[in-house]
Design a protein around this ligand. Sequence first.
Ligand code: B12
Ligand code: SF4
Length: 497
Amino acid sequence: MRVLFVHPSPLMYSEIFLRLEPLGLERVSGAACSAGHEVRVIDLQVFSHCDLERELEAFRPEAVGFGLNYLANVPEVLDLAKAIKRRIPGCFTFAGGHSVSFIAKHVLEQSDGGLDAVVRGDGEVITPLLLEAARDGGARELPGVVTREGQGKGVPLMLDSIDECPPARDLMRRRRKYFIGELDPCASIEFTRGCPWDCSFCSAWTFYGRAYRKASPPAAASELASIREPNVFIVDDVAFIKGDHGEAIAREVERRRVRKRYYLETRADVLLRNTEVFERWKRLGLQYMFLGIEALDEHGLDLYRKRVSPDLNMKALEAARKLDIQVAINLIVDPQWDEQQFELVRQFALSVPEIVHLTVITPYPGTEIWHGESQKLTSLDYRLFDIQHAVLPTKLPLERFYEELVRTQAVINRKFLGVAAVVQTFGILARQLARGQTNFARMIWKFNSVYNPRRQYSDHLREVRYELPPPPPHHIGAHERTELYVHHRAAAGAGHA
Ligand code: B12
Ligand code: SF4
């Protein structure tokens, strides 16, 4: 079968700092290739809608699969699916990915015949079965697959070992467009999948049922060695949860003499528990680390069920400084913040050497905080669910809220995107430009055009064609949390922290 996989366009607020290869879609594409299909991938982060039209004309796919990890991309995918159905009526269209797994039935209904199926959970095992069923019939019975006839029998199929079905990186074109900050160009890799913690604002744990799977160290190191880019983003939700796993991969990487520069995301307690692992990876090229600090006070940390204290967070920052790893920290903005609270955050951000990143608390389907928010949500417009917009009532008038938010982001960004920082990074920039790598240089000049309070406010005034389903009215109790799971942790190889 001729199968085209499509990754939607970037969300404008993330494009400034990074643009990364769609690893999940590449893995699903790899699985379809191994099953004997003729596969192409088009990533609308780096190609235009016109390019997609040309691809449809030239390739005439018999099936099109969309990656829907992000809620904000749902409207674009719905429109594309409908347009493709009109253009190639017999084409089988489907979507899969993180966000759509939690609202599969709703999205399918909204597609108005544009989508034939939505896949919930891991995509590697089910996609070849779905493509077979698209040709021979029986799609509606497949586990984890939602079609117009209803939900298939059984729970979504989990990949036993993430060593299987490596990503089809060779199918991606314009790979030089993928970057994160000065790690330009940058590839991505997965050492583990899933997260055993249970923060109330996050859906990483509900997706995988609090299980996580580990790549075997030789397989992880071989994959790393096969990557051509000099920089690598380790996409694990929490990197090096198990110290011995991180050490074992490091050993294999050393043995193969792989030398790259790395970016990863982890937790404060994991960094403190496994400091020597991070130290070893620093020697191997670890440059940047993202720490989800989320709140500066005990109350906020409890509310998000982060299971760390403010003191421990600060100790982790000190540990990272000693290791000489550049750290970006995330803080969650509460829409109830007033001017004073923003000012406190600005002062904090200017007092620490780390890059401070702000995200607005957003109840996503699949998170605990989604439940019971029906009275409070001010919008159900998918496009605003990108953690840069406020979809809960703000204490300040909305326009003032965005002024404060953008002002805070600008102060923080001047710290590392300003003239002094550019002078510091001049050598890096010059080397990249000489090699024709322009992503990082563009990023430096783009900030003001994208982060703009009026633009953010006016995003709320756009015509809304597609809305999220309203959240269930009741809060979720501790004993009901497993009901949020897409996968249940029965799968082989799944572990706990
Ligand atoms: C790495 C990552 C990123 C990267 C890479 C993005 C990219 N180009 O793919 C970066 C840093 C760029 C990023 C950015 C953002 N991210 Co992000 N990201 C992740 C993370 C940690 C891992 C994703 C990953 O690569 N996993 C490994 C691969 C193998 O798994 P996968 O992508 O899920 O794919 C599997 C299945 O989903 C499925 N699948 C995927 N695609 C398809 C397609 C088909 C057809 C099928 C059948 C199946 C299928 O099969 C795959 C294999 O099993 C997830 C958390 C998570 N655990 O999923 C958050 C996550 C997806 N991100 C999230 C958010 C909020 C964002 C941002 C909006 C944050 C921001 N404002 O800056 C941006 C927006 C990005 C954009 N669209 O432009 C949220 C999603 C929230 C939501 N409901 O919309 C998540 C869930 C994190 C969280 N816990 O809140 N992200
Ligand atoms: S925020 Fe991080 S630690 Fe908490 S559940 Fe999500 S991925 Fe896990």
